[in-house]
Structures are given as structure tokens and as C-alpha cells.
Design a protein around this ligand. Structure first.
Ligand SMILES: C[S@@+](CC[C@H](N)C(=O)[O-])C[C@H]1O[C@@H](n2cnc3c(N)ncnc32)[C@H](O)[C@@H]1O
Length: 203
């Protein structure tokens, strides 16, 4: 089966994603996992948007860490997608809100996903030694680099999902940090991009 016209997945994966979206709709009124204005378009705005990130890294991953996962975007979608590949890498979701972590744990249990869920602030954690760090709607690029630096393994890549202000964020970050950045256009949201950042070090 094809997911969003860009990713081939099994029927089981599609069923897991459908169940995940049902659980989100059920829990959302209580803990505001996604904004009310986007819940009717959950599939495109959140699930497909997150799924596109899965195609970008090219192997060699031991640990993928998603920062500020909220309702699981993009990290929990990645956990569903990697499950059909017999779990080629470890996935960790970091989220400071305990209610959101309870939701993430409940979905992971029901969908039989192997994910570690860390209910803490990113700043409080020892180095997570991640090969991939992802984040969506968490902070501006400079703040994301501040938060992530300590958690990057050698040769790590950050996959940062950014809205229309990405150019000015990039300019500001380049005055404080050295890094390589590949810009991938979003397949689901006009004007949004995924910044693929590597070789991060302070200026
Ligand atoms: C705007 S939401 C985005 C959630 C999700 N990534 C998405 O795209 O739907 C940001 C999330 O990051 C969490 N968060 C913010 N600062 C954090 C920090 N320093 N450490 C851990 N989680 C944090 C918040 O609790 C919230 O759930």
C-alpha cells in the first residue's frame, strides 16, 4: 500500500497508523495533543507530514531521538514505520508533559511498538548519544541547536521540521553555529521544509 503517494507500507502499518489516529481523536479533548483547528485534517497535517521524514536518513542509525514529541510527531509515526523493518534502530521520545507521555505509552503498548519514552525536560537529560535527532514545532533553529548539541553522537544528523520562517531562523543560527544544511521541501505543507543539519559546532 502507498502512504501519501510517497511511501510503500504494509497493510499492518496502515492499520497501526489508523488506530493511532483514532486514539489521538479520542484523547485530544482531554490533553490537547494537536490544535483543534487541525484535528479534522489529522492524517495530512500530522501523520503524513511526520511520515515524510522517515525517507531522509540513509542507513547507519543506532538511535533516533525525537525531542518534544507531544502527541508523537514525528517520533511515534517513525516508530510505527520502522516496526515493519524489524526495528532497525532504537527510538526514544522526549516529552516534558506527563499526560502526553501517558498517551504515548498507551499508544506504544496498544500498537506493540518498541519505543523509550522519557518524561523529562531535554535540558535535564544526560547525553542521549543520538545518530538522528528530530523535532517539530518545538523551538527556533538556534534554540534547537542549543538543546540538541549535547545529545549528538559523532556524525549525527538533525531533521528539523520548519514552517515558513525557516530562512530567517537559518540566517540567525548561522551567526552562532557552524553546520552543513540540506533543505528538503515538505511534501505536505507549502513553504515548509525539513532542515537536515550535520557537522554542528559553535562558531
Ligand atoms: C508545540 S508542541 C509540538 C509537539 C509535536 N512535536 C508536534 O509537532 O505536534 C511542543 C512539545 O514539546 C514539549 N516541550 C517543550 N519544551 C520541552 C523541553 N525543554 N523538554 C521536553 N519537552 C519539551 C511540550 O510539552 C510540547 O508537548
Amino acid at each position: 500500500m502507498t502512504l501519501g503517494g510517497f511511501l510503500d507500507v504494509s497493510r499492518e502499518t496502515m492499520e497501526r497508523l489508523e488506530r493511532y489516529s483514532e486514539l489521538l481523536v479520542k484523547w485530544n479533548p482531554r490533553i490537547n495533543l494537536v490544535s483543534k483547528s487541525t484535528i479534522d485534517d489529522l492524517w495530512t497535517r500530522h501523520i503524513l507530514d511526520s511520515a515524510q521524514i522517515f525517507e531522509i536518513p540513509k542507513g547507519g542509525i543506532r538511535r533516533w531521538v525525537d525531542l518534544g514529541s507531544g502527541g508523537g510527531f514525528p517520533g511515534l509515526v517513525v516508530a510505527v514505520l520502522v516496526r515493519e523493518l524489524e526495528q532497525q534502530f532504537e527510538i526514544m521520545l522526549v516529552e516534558s508533559d506527563a499526560r502526553k507521555c501517558a498517551f504515548l505509552s498507551s499508544v506504544a503498548r496498544e500498537l506493540d511498538l518498541k519505543v523509550q519514552i522519557k518524561n523529562d525536560r531535554i535540558e535535564n537529560l544526560n547525553s542521549l548519544d543520538a545518530d538522528i535527532v528530530s523535532a517539530r514545532a518545538l523551538a527556533d533553529l538556534s534554540s534547537l541547536l542549543d538543546l540538541s548539541e549535547r545529545h549528538l553522537a559523532q556524525g549525527a544528523t538533525l531533521l528539523l521540521m520548519k514552517g515558513k520562517k525557516w530562512r530567517s531562523e537559518l540566517e540567525t543560527a548561522q551567526s552562532k553555529w557552524n553546520f552543513d544544511c540540506q533543505i528538503v521541501k515538505s511534501k505536505t505543507s507549502e513553504g515548509s521544509v525539513i532542515l537536515c543539519v550535520s557537522g554542528v559546532c559553535r562558531v
